[in-house]
Design a protein around this ligand. Structure first.
Ligand code: SF4
Length: 363
């Protein structure tokens, strides 16, 4: 039997996104009006927006939501494709050219590839990426690549079927790996990153398998420290398996060489010293990277969040639906971003976990 991990025949190289495709998608093309770039009150340029296109998900990851799921948003309260496209177009006109589509699970949103195609055609959108749990990748990979998505992050927290089931409450690992297989066959889809949430007492024995996975296949495996954004509020600092611990564990198996950090990057990236693959460590708890943060977020119902851990949000849906002009909308964004938090306060006395969970923020 072919091992679910055998992807020997998919070794395409990375390519830069050429021209916006998606001939079929009807998009709201906005004029390429260039405006003053978006900056926050700390002088940081904002260039990256994460768009949650739905709060719904087909998984029930323990570090995110309860087994019974959450009360989903009414469909009418969720931004439609034209509204999302208008906001992304306006953000692109003020320098926010990196667009990441998330959820919940974005691929459960009906006609999601059509939305991706609409966004890929917008002037100023330089990079369009998707974060997915991979379960529906087999179905949508071709359409998403054709639509113009040029980077993919696939969330896989375990390469052991039983442990994957235990954490996600879905017996879905084979289908996720098959989806990853399908996606990896598209040269345009690379780089493909695997995001594994690192939890003490769960992830330690996963590290060797993820190391082999990163060395054998064209995927960058990244370990993300467990963050206090879970619906059960079960997060504790003791449950955080730190990046430093993971680094030591990997170095003991295969030595790593740290690469120069990209500005505003969330991950510390390492190449294996023998040249076989990459590992990333995202350490928001033990080594926060807020000083040059360039990210903002938009929730599925149109709330602008200026930080992953924001306790305040700015509503864009109401002005969007009550006829606000482009300039009025942009001013609302500028005012909110001017008050963007300097940093998070996780692990500090007085830290308050946001009421909104990761599934409704989108990461
Ligand atoms: S915690 Fe907030 S400020 Fe820090 S990197 Fe994340 S979004 Fe930026």
């Amino acid at each position: 039997m072919t091992s679910p991990l055998s992807l020997k025949h998919c070794r395409p190289g990375p390519t830069k996104r050429s021209s916006p495709p998606g001939a079929g998608a009807q998009a709201v093309i906005l004029p390429a009006v260039q405006r003053e770039p978006l900056v926050d009150g700390h002088g940081r340029s904002i260039g990256d927006v994460r768009i949650s296109v739905t709060d719904r998900c087909n998984f029930r990851c323990q570090y995110c939501m309860p087994a019974e799921g959450l009360k989903w948003l009414e469909r009418s309260s969720v931004l439609d494709f034209e509204e999302i496209t208008r906001v992304v177009g306006l953000l692109a006109s003020i320098g926010v050219g990196d667009v990441r589509l998330t959820g919940g699970e974005p691929l459960v949103r009906k006609d999601f590839p059509k939305l991706a195609g609409m966004l890929a055609q917008l002037p100023g959108v330089e990079d369009l990426s998707v974060t997915t749990n991979g379960f529906l990748l087999g179905r949508d990979a071709a359409a998403l690549v054709a639509a113009g998505v040029n980077r993919f992050n696939v969330s896989i927290d375990s390469l052991q079927q039983d442990k994957f089931y235990e954490l996600t409450r879905r017996d879905a690992l084979p289908q996720v790996l098959e989806g990853l297989h399908t996606l990896a066959a598209f040269p345009e889809a690379h780089p493909i990153k695997i995001n594994a949430v690192a939890i003490r007492g769960f992830t330690e024995d996963e590290i060797p398998a993820f190391v082999d996975f990163a060395r054998e296949f064209p995927f960058e495996v990244r370990f993300i420290e467990f963050m206090p954004l879970d619906a059960d509020h079960a997060w504790e600092p003791e449950k955080v398996l730190s990046g430093a611990e993971i680094l030591a564990a990997i170095n003991a198996i295969h030595p790593l060489e740290e690469q120069p950090r990209e500005p505003s990057a969330t991950a510390k990236v390492y190449n294996f010293a023998d040249g076989k693959g990459k590992i990333g460590l995202i350490n928001p708890v033990s080594e926060p990277f807020c000083s040059d943060c360039n990210r903002i977020r938009l929730t599925a119902e149109g709330k602008l969040r200026t930080c992953l851990f924001s306790l305040h949000e700015t509503d864009l849906r109401e002005p969007l639906r009550s006829g606000a002009s482009d300039d009025e909308l942009i001013q609302i964004v500028r005012d909110a971003v001017w008050r963007k938090e300097l940093k998070h306060h996780v692990g500090e006395p007085g830290f308050i976990q946001p009421a909104r969970t990761m599934s409704a923020i989108g990461g």
